[in-house]
Structures are given as structure tokens and as C-alpha cells.
Design a protein around this ligand. Sequence first.
Ligand code: SF4
Length: 313
Amino acid sequence: MNHWNDKRYHNLNFELRRQFGKKMVKLSLDGGFTCPNRDGTLSEKGCIFCSERGSGDFAGQAYSPVSKQIGDQIELLREKWPQAGYLGYLQNFTNTYGEIENLERLYREILSDPRIEGLAIATRADCLEDEVMQLLETLSRETFLWVELGIQSIHASTRTWMNRHEDLDHAMEMINRLQSRGIRVVVHLILGLPGETREAMIESVTAVGNLAPWGMKLHLLHIMSKTPLAEWYQRHPFDMMEKGTYIDLLVDCLVQLPPEITIHRLTGDAPRDRLIAPKWAVRKRLILNGVDQELRSRNLWQGKNWNGSKRVW
Ligand code: SF4
């Protein structure tokens, strides 16, 4: 049986401690981007769950230079994590959607801060032109870098409903291409999307698991105020998962996944005052403890039912 410190799944805290020998904290930075799915290039609506902050409600403010955002955030975190190292995290909107010179300038500005020891870049698979890929490959040789891509679901009807405006085959292909260049990839999936059965959700998790990305984020679907989803939910209320059902589902997902995949997230992160449903989602610690307990009591662990090939990073 695999153990990752005190957890039965390959958690990010374990992996970053293994890589850096200390606690690492991500600083959510706003690089001032927009998104082709919001600026009219593909659509003006955005993904149905996306907030006006581009799915990054805890990021710094774009009107501050990133150097100031870094300093401000470290100031806030220093007391809580006096020994920690820091990673820059371009989380909200599409952080490769821009001129290549501007992208390189921004990434290098973040990395030039001596307190920053790596960089995470969230983007869309259709915003990874060759020159961007080349830049990411170069940077990933110089620093600890990962790229985050939202897939959310592999099911066509759900992807249309969520206004994703993205070709799934192309997105899956881009995961492979990034990895073939030695770039770490973290894939986002959402659990609890309306119309998706438990089997459908596990299919999405398994399909992404088969690509053996470096990391995965499993988000619980949140209804947040001031999003298109909140309006849709008002008109089409649907039953959301109960906490116990969600924990059970997470365990079933984890056992299917290769043990090498680093699990970055098992819940969601909605500001408390913006969360409409499910209300129990604010109790993240209870969810994570529930997963630990369920894995222990059923004597399960990440990869228990995984029979595929092994990828070693
Ligand atoms: S791709 Fe990301 S930033 Fe763009 S609309 Fe969807 S969630 Fe928002």
C-alpha cells in the first residue's frame, strides 16, 4: 500500500515537500489577462461557472504590478508560514493569452523575485501556440513549473451546457504534447455537474488519469453568486450532492487514478459570502478528513485499482 505521509493519496503538500524539502505556499497573482471565452473571440459569456475574476477569486489585484502583489502576499503569509518557500501562481483568466514578448516578460518578472522558487500557469488548451509551448519548455528547464488546464468534463453535452467552447480531442492532445516536452500538467475536473451520473464523473476522472498528468484538481461544483451558473440555477434548480455522497465519490475516483498523479485539490474554494450551494462546501476540513477516514476504514488508497503503466517524473 502506498502512503504519502499521513495520507492515502498523493497530496500536493507531500509532493512539494519532497521536491523542495519544506512547506511551499502558492501566491495567487493576477497578470491582467482576459480569456478568449469572455472577450468575444470565442464567446462573451465565459464558462457557466466562471466569476468576474476569471475563476480566481483569491488572486491579487491586476492593477498592482506582480512584484507588489508578491510582496503584499508574503507580508500577509509570513507570520503563518515563517519557514515556507513561495511559488507564483497565475490562476485567474487565461494566462498564456497574450503576445509572446509580454508573456515572457511577466513570467520572468515573477521568477526574478528571489523569494519565488517556481511558477504555476493556468490556461486553456487552445491558447498554447508553438511559441508559447517553446517558452514554457524553456522555463520548465530553468525552474519548477507546471501548467494547469481545465477539462472539467469529457462529456459533450455537459461541455456544451457549460459554454466551454473547446474541442475535447484537441485539449487532450495538448496535455500529451505538453508532457512530451517535459512540462508538468495539472488537469482540472468538476464533480457534481448537473445531468452527470456518478459513472459519468468517474469516466472523466479515468480518462484524464489515463493520460497520466503530473497533477489533478478535483473541484466540487459550486454555485456562486454573480455567475451565469447562479442565474441558471435559479431557473433550473437541481439536487446537489450531499457531503457523504461526495466523499464516497472522491474515494472511488482516487482508487482509479495512477498513484504517481499529485492530487492538488479535492474540493472547491468559493468565498463564503458568495457561495449559494452546497452550503456544506465551506467546511473543507470536514471533507478532507472524511476522505481520509473513508480511505482508512475501507482500506483503500490512490491507485488501488489502477493497472496501467507507470510514469515517473
Ligand atoms: S476558460 Fe477559464 S477564464 Fe475563461 S471563461 Fe472559462 S473558466 Fe473563465
